[in-house]
Design a protein around this ligand. Structure first.
Ligand code: HEC
Length: 113
C-alpha cells in the first residue's frame, strides 16, 4: 500500500512538471494569436499598444493589472471586453468567442512583461 502511494505521488509530480511548461507555452502561443484578433475586431480604432487614443493603451491596461494574479487579470480583462465598460465608449463584444477573448487577454497582459 505504501509503495502504491509513493508511486502515485511520483506520477503526480511528473504530471505537474510537464503541465507547468505546457501552460506557459500555450500562453505564449495565445498571446501571439491575440494581436491579430484585436486588429480584426477593430480594437485599434480606440486603443494603441502605447499612447492613449480614445481608450487607454494596451500597455497601460496590462500595467494596471500587473499586481493581480494572472487569473484575476485575465478574468477582469475578458469581462471588460465581453461586457464593455458602462458609461464609456468601450462597447460590449458579445460575439467574440471565449477562446478568442482568452487569446486577446493573454496578448494584452504579455505587454507588461
Ligand atoms: C469605440 C472605441 C473603443 C473600441 C472599438 C474598443 N475600446 Fe476598449 N475601451 C475604450 C475606452 C474609452 C475604454 C476606457 C473605459 C473606461 O474605463 O472608462 C476602454 C477600456 C478597455 C478595457 C478595460 C481597461 C481597464 O482599465 O480595465 C479593455 C480590456 C479594452 N478596452 C479592450 C478592448 C478590446 C480588446 C477591444 C476590441 C475587441 C476594444 N477595447 C475596443 C474604447 C474602445
Amino acid at each position: 500500500m505504501k509503495l502504491f502511494t509513493a508511486h502515485t505521488m511520483v506520477a503526480a509530480a511528473a504530471a505537474l512538471a510537464f503541465a507547468i511548461p505546457a501552460a506557459h507555452a500555450n500562453e505564449a502561443q495565445d498571446a501571439a494569436a491575440g494581436k491579430p484578433l484585436a486588429q480584426a475586431d477593430a480594437c485599434f480604432t480606440c486603443h494603441a499598444v502605447a499612447g492613449t487614443k480614445i481608450g487607454p493603451s494596451f500597455t497601460d491596461i496590462a500595467k494596471k493589472y500587473a499586481s493581480k494574479s494572472e487569473d484575476d487579470a485575465e478574468k477582469a480583462i475578458e469581462g471588460d471586453i465581453k461586457n464593455g465598460v458602462k458609461g464609456s465608449m468601450m462597447m460590449a463584444h458579445p460575439s467574440i468567442s471565449a477562446s478568442n477573448l482568452d487569446k486577446i487577454a493573454d496578448w494584452i497582459l504579455s505587454l507588461k512583461k
